[in-house]
Write a protein that binds this ligand. Structure first.
Ligand code: NDP
Ligand code: 13P
Length: 317
């Protein structure tokens, strides 16, 4: 069995480093830049050297022999990457490592894989983890979701390392939603903190944001218990409380009225818009998501968004 990682950003590089501790891994980037010479991803994951077992390539044919392929490109780039490379990806175990909902279709990464590479076995690896923690070998627990239970067991075994412990589920929709929606709530929490609204406001946004996550999950027939696991509650907790998170930091910048580097991968921005559209189409009450979409689109500022949330009709919890 051999493993390849497509996409050498922060997360793809970190996973490749971690997995190379247990066997050979090939890391593919469309542009290797100086990574081959330095044996490090200086731009996105500094101070985390590539181990000997990690082979770098910019030639997709070099991953043709891999049985398991991790897809570590941003959500909105996934379809394009898959459709350009269906031949080499066909029949493989394809594991999405991105977190988000596709803006143009309203679906998550597992469904995108199923559409673009129908004869692949599609799965998702998601949960609370910063790339730098994984690359440094700090203890991490994630969810591996695959609708095919036997394939899920195979992937769980193959992708577990000494410091990276994987739990398994067949609920791919629930796992996708947890990872996607927590980013939207993290933007809201960052915005509240940036605007000086306080820790209590953040706790309220996390809790009521979690209620929104459960609401959409139930509507899409996901198992609510998946949302209470690593991929939902676990990742919500991490992302809403750490300024290592880019989603949280975008929120902070919005709350402070500062600019934010548009080149940074912030999955929650497109996902907030995608989920807002889904909630409108399904007549689902998702006020925090709607507020984040409105702030991102410049239709509301952060204090006004919070005022609107507080002024909503009173209800049972
Ligand atoms: N960073 C983290 O801590 C974590 C990230 N994730 C998830 O991982 C996913 C990727 O994030 P992350 O690695 O941090 O992002 P980065 O911004 O660090 O890297 C994104 C990578 O994707 C590559 N890429 C973009 N488009 C394409 C394409 N069409 N074909 C090939 N490669 C492409 C980029 O290549 P290029 O450099 O050439 O543009 C870049 O290497 C996101 O969904 C994120 O939510 C999940 C858990 C933790
Ligand atoms: O998904 C993550 C943590 O689990 C990384 O969060 P950011 O994408 O916000 O940096």
């Amino acid at each position: 069995m051999s493993i390849a990682v497509l996409g050498a950003g922060a997360f793809g590089s970190a996973l490749a480093i971690s997995l190379a501790g247990s066997g050979p891994v090939t890391l593919w980037a469309r542009d290797l830049r100086d990574m081959a010479a330095r044996r490090e991803n200086t731009a996105r994951l500094p101070d985390c050297p590539f181990p000997k077992n990690l082979t770098l390539t910019d030639n997709l044919n070099d991953i043709a022999g891999a049985d398991i392929i991790l897809l570590a490109v941003p959500m909105q780039k996934l379809r394009q990457m898959l459709s350009a490379n269906t031949e080499v990806l066909s029949g493989k175990h394809l594991v999405a490592c991105c977190k988000g909902i596709e803006l143009s279709t309203g679906i998550g990464p597992v469904s995108v894989i199923q559409q673009e590479v129908p004869d692949a076995i599609a799965a998702i690896l998601t949960g609370p983890s910063f790339a730098a923690d994984i690359a440094r070998g700090l203890p991490t627990a994630l969810t591996l979701a695959c609708a095919d239970d036997a394939a899920g067991r195979h992937l769980q075994q193959a992708l577990t390392t000494a410091n990276l412990r994987l739990y398994r589920t067949t609920d791919t929709i629930g796992a996708e939603l947890g990872g996607a929606l927590k980013n939207v709530i993290a933007i809201a929490c960052g915005a509240a903190m940036g605007a000086g609204l306080g820790e209590s406001a953040r706790a309220a946004l996390m809790t009521r944001g979690y209620a929104e996550m459960q609401r959409l999950a139930r509507h899409l027939n996901a198992n609510p218990s998946t949302l209470s696991g690593l991929s939902g509650f676990g990742d919500l907790t991490l992302t809403c409380t750490s300024d290592q998170s880019r989603n949280y930091r975008l929120g902070l910048a919005l709350g402070l009225g500062e600019t934010f580097d548009p080149g940074t991968t912030v999955e929650g921005a497109a996902t907030a818009r995608a989920v807002y559209d889904l909630s409108q189409a399904a007549d689902l009450d998702m006020p925090i998501t709607a507020a984040v979409a409105a702030v991102l689109d410049g239709r509301q500022d952060v204090p006004d968004a919070m005022k609107s949330l507080l002024a909503r009709p009173l209800k049972e919890e």
